[in-house]
Design a binder for this molecule. Structure first.
Ligand SMILES: Nc1ncnc2c1ncn2[C@@H]1O[C@H](COP(=O)(O)OP(=O)(O)OP(=O)(O)O)[C@@H](O)[C@H]1O
Ligand SMILES: Cc1ncc(CO)c(N)n1
Length: 290
């Protein structure tokens, strides 16, 4: 099973951040792991407070995961401060892992998720390590300083700034398409726009699915096409009735909870596939399910 590490922050509302990443990894059939750099008190209306973890604790989480389990790809999301970015870059340098950097700057609700003084640290230290960076349109404009909606121009500039490749996502602006530039070839991925009041977490879902694709060994262009389809489907099935603001995307919409019907006495859950360990049944064939 492909192993993917997300270095990002928690969204207490369950729509974006680490929570979105783990759901997207599960959707892609990957084993998800986390190094949490900050906790946000957040819901569909906005972010009310942020608790940053220490850079040393972030290092400990990354080492605990990579030194034992290992990873086939890594993604970064909300990194909040220069001190955190420096620690993350230092821990990832020399490991040679495929790296998706989602340069999360500002929540759609308006709160800053990266301190202004940390933007230069992000581009200076993490872009050179990135296999691909995945800004949305406003983030690509802010990072490059270019006042254009032309995603090809923005992606090209992001690669000139040091990223291995750039994928400018398609949720904002007039044209609904993701755009990938890998330093040689431009690829536009049309993404039919769904008018749903539930796009919170679309960007995290997209970059996590992209990292899971790379972890599974897909070429970048194929991983990008699959990530676009997964994010777009998650928006189409978004949970507009959850919370009073922009609802969370629903990447696991295929799990409806009532399919297949659970047997009586299981509280709505399906029975385990195999017997629990330690009951003397190891090695024996599992009993037939009734
Ligand atoms: N309304 C939509 N309909 C279909 N696909 C969408 C829609 N909004 C976003 N997407 C897709 O979701 C992915 C993320 O795009 P977007 O540009 O919205 O990222 P984002 O702004 O970083 O998301 P967020 O900050 O809400 O997590 C892209 O593949 C994009 O094309
Ligand atoms: C924790 C977190 N990460 C990323 C985003 C961007 O969607 C968010 N709103 N919250």
């Amino acid at each position: 099973m492909a192993r993917v590490l997300s270095i990002a922050s928690s969204d207490s509302g369950g729509g974006a951040g680490i929570q979105a990443d783990l759901k997207a990894f599960a959707r892609c059939g990957a084993h998800g792991m986390t190094a949490i750099v900050a906790l946000t008190a957040q819901n569909t209306l906005g972010v009310t407070s942020i608790a940053e973890q220490s850079p040393d604790f972030v290092r400990d989480q990354i080492r605990a995961v990579l030194d034992d389990i290992g990873a086939d790809a890594v993604k970064t999301g909300m990194l909040f401060s220069s001190a955190i970015i420096e620690a993350v870059a230092d821990e990832l340098t020399g490991r040679g892992l495929p790296l998706v950097v989602d340069p999360v700057l500002v929540a759609s609700s308006g709160s800053r998720l990266l301190l202004p003084e940390a933007v230069a640290t992000l581009t200076g230290l993490l872009f050179p390590l990135a296999t691909v960076v995945t800004p949305n349109l406003p983030e690509a404009q802010a990072l490059t300083g270019l006042d254009t909606e032309d995603r090809a121009v923005l992606a090209q500039r992001l690669v000139e700034m040091g990223a291995g490749a750039a994928l400018v996502t398609g949720g904002h602006g007039a044209i609904p398409a993701d755009h990938l530039f890998d330093g040689r070839t431009h690829l536009t991925i049309p993404v039919p726009r769904h008018e749903v009041a539930a796009t919170h977490g679309a960007g995290c879902t997209h970059s996590a699915a992209l990292a899971a694709g790379l972890a599974a060994g897909l070429p970048l262009a194929d991983a990008a096409r699959r990530a676009s389809a997964i994010a777009s489907d998650a928006v189409a099935n978004g949970l507009a009735d959850i919370g009073k603001g922009d609802g969370p995307v629903h990447v696991l919409y295929c799990l409806r909870g009532d399919d297949p019907p659970a047997p009586p006495g299981m509280g709505g859950l399906r029975p385990p596939i195999s017997p629990p360990r330690g009951d003397g049944a190891e090695g024996a064939p599992p009993p037939a399910l009734r």
